[in-house]
Ligand binder design. Structure first.
Ligand code: MG
Length: 237
């Protein structure tokens, strides 16, 4: 058996990959262990839990390589700034093990798309150019992301391109004809993300460390925990 820490894009020792009895395991800092190269769970413990409301079926079992993953940005990929905005690149900080999580997700999903509300632009706090620099950096760090969509509109605009309205989902479907919303998952950290996913008829995942009632289909403490759980059901590794 050997064990080594990851040294992914954010440089932290965030998870371990090891082989035991010809099986590959990944262990997160939180202690979650997932076996990658077998279809059975073999007793692995998951921190993911069904939401109090929403689908009870385990839709993760139905995922195949035709599915699409939609990701919110702030609070899922990078640290959210409470009562503020990621105005410039120096404000952008990856959450733990996100590059590794998206690498794992790319083994499963046909495409990974980011959909993000950025009303700081509408407020005049930041510019499209500032956002473009941040998103160019994000794509450089995580090339598995196929495309990033953003909405610069204010809440009061109620523009179709602003979540929970589904304009960004429709724009993505126009760009990627293979998208089937019934074979898509929206992962976000806010109720508007969950409503966006449900409005587009997607499955929904809330990223939260708190187990409070939500209409999301599943809840995980981090994108990495979600990625590990998804990979439990996928055998092409
Ligand atoms: Mg968010």
């Amino acid at each position: 058996m050997f064990c080594r820490p990851s040294n992914g894009g954010n440089g932290g020792k965030r998870f371990f990959i090891y082989i035991k009895k010809k099986c590959i395991f990944v262990k997160s800092e939180s202690g979650l262990v997932v076996q990658l190269n077998r279809t059975s769970d073999s007793g692995s413990e998951s921190r993911g839990f069904e939401s109090l409301r929403g689908h009870k079926m385990d839709f993760l079992k139905n995922i195949d390589s035709s599915w699409t993953l939609f990701l919110d940005r702030d609070g899922v990929i990078n640290r959210r700034i409470v009562n503020g905005y990621v105005e410039r690149l120096s404000d952008f900080q990856f959450l733990h093990s996100v590059p590794q999580a998206i690498t794992l997700c790319k083994k499963v999903f046909a495409r990974i798309l980011v959909v993000t509300n950025q009303q700081g632009i509408g407020k005049g706090i930041m510019t499209e150019e500032h956002l473009s620099i941040i998103h160019t950096y994000l794509k450089e760090q995580i090339p598995e992301i196929d495309k990033i969509y953003h909405s610069p509109y204010l809440i009061c605009d109620n523009n179709i391109m602003r979540k929970p309205n589904i304009g960004m989902a429709l724009a993505a479907k126009k760009d990627f004809s293979g998208i089937d919303f019934q074979k898509s998952i929206m992962v976000g950290d806010s109720q508007s993300d969950i409503e966006f996913g449900k409005n587009a008829n997607m499955f929904t995942v809330l990223i939260s460390e708190t187990n409070f009632p939500t209409s999301a289909d599943k809840v995980y403490p981090s994108l990495f925990d979600f990625a590990l759980d998804v990979n439990k059901y996928f055998t092409k590794i």
